[in-house]
Ligand binder design. Structure first.
Ligand code: PHE
Length: 340
């Protein structure tokens, strides 16, 4: 009986069959159990001899069942590992990939160009105090230039403290001079806000400010810097610029900067000089602005300039409607080579 049971245990191929063998040997009506029961009717001498024999048969059967169970379970695990393996070589479904927005792209290009010229990037808040946005830039409360900015005013939180959405990046001039003193060479890119909307104006747009403060700075430094930056940005050497006398409260003298354009493939591109278009505001930093930022205007001079980043992007990439910059329309981005 023992050998027959051990042979059958060795031959079973699943856990259910193995359990049936366990029941037929060790179960309530199993043959090992029946043998154990015979011990009760034996004499002490018989029992002393047969007892250990029966117990060892029981132990042998139980050990064989345990061993077979372990073998069957590990075979089952192997089978699962083999059949349920993930196929990592399967190509993944195509997913749309994001890309850099033209405004971010141009900001990066500008930061890189100006980094080569020794300019650091400075920042300021978009909610700006009236003092930084206007007063410190030589526009006291009654100054008529304030009216030209179509300013978004915020409801005052404290008595006598007016906040605005900054109308230009020029307040960063003041903050940078206060924080870092002189000499100083910074650009300040960022969002600005004016209450205005048509094909060439959006209520939010982007500007970049440039500021150099040092001893003995002249307009020649300004002109060279702008020429060098425009050549690098538009990636051509035939860039012509023209400085036209203008007026900004925070620069004196002030100049509007035009860049030469020409027709190429039916499109107006920057370069050459078939005509002129305005691209920048600039000038020598007004002594009052230098003083408002806490520096001595007798010791320090400087130049500043400001321009629209979105407008630079339009000129470089041939886009014509500013509003589409902020529509989030992938077809538009792809059309100009930005979407994935
Ligand atoms: N802040 C001016 C504007 O928004 C541009 C400017 C910047 C002009 C610096 C001169 C110097 O129009």
């Amino acid at each position: 009986d023992l050998q027959a049971t051990l042979d059958r245990i060795a031959a079973v191929t699943d856990l259910a069959a193995l359990d049936a063998e366990r029941v037929s040997a060790l179960g309530k009506n199993g043959w090992v159990t029946a043998l154990l029961k015979t011990l009760g009717g034996m004499t002490p001498d018989e029992r002393q001899q047969r007892g250990p024999e029966i117990q060892s048969q029981r132990a042998e059967v139980a050990a064989a069942i345990e061993a077979r169970k372990a073998a069957l379970e590990s075979a089952e695990l192997e089978r699962k590992l083999a059949t349920e393996r993930l196929d990592l070589s399967l190509p993944a479904a195509d997913m749309p990939v994001g890309s850099i927005h033209p405004v971010s792209q141009v900001m990066d290009e500008l930061a890189e160009i100006f980094a080569d010229l020794g300019f650091a990037v400075a920042e300021g808040p978009e909610i700006e105090s009236d003092w930084y946005n206007f007063t410190a830039l030589n526009m006291p409360e009654t100054h008529p230039a304030r009216a030209m900015h179509d300013t978004f005013y915020l409801a005052p939180e404290k008595e006598g403290e007016t906040n605005v959405l900054r109308t230009h990046t020029s307040p960063v001039q003041i903050r940078a001079m206060q924080q870092h003193g002189a000499p100083l060479r910074i650009i300040a890119p960022g969002r600005v806000y004016r209450s205005d909307s048509d094909a060439t104006h959006t209520p939010m747009f982007h500007q970049i400010e440039g500021l150099v403060i040092d001893r003995g700075i002249t307009m020649a430094n300004l002109k060279w810097t702008l020429e060098t930056f425009l050549k690098a940005f538009f990636e051509r050497d035939d860039i012509a610029i023209r400085l036209r006398p203008s007026y900004f409260p925070f620069t004196e003298p002030s100049a509007e900067v035009d860049v030469g354009w020409s027709m190429e493939n039916g499109r107006r591109v920057v370069g050459g000089s078939e005509g002129w278009m305005e691209v920048l505001g600039s000038g020598m930093v007004h002594p009052r602005v230098i003083a408002a930022a806490g520096l001595d205007p007798d010791e320090w001079q400087g130049f500043a300039f400001g321009t629209g980043i979105d407008r630079l992007a339009m000129l470089k990439y041939g886009m014509n409607d500013l509003r589409q910059f902020f529509d989030g329309d992938l077809r538009w981005l792809r059309h100009y080579g930005f979407g994935a």
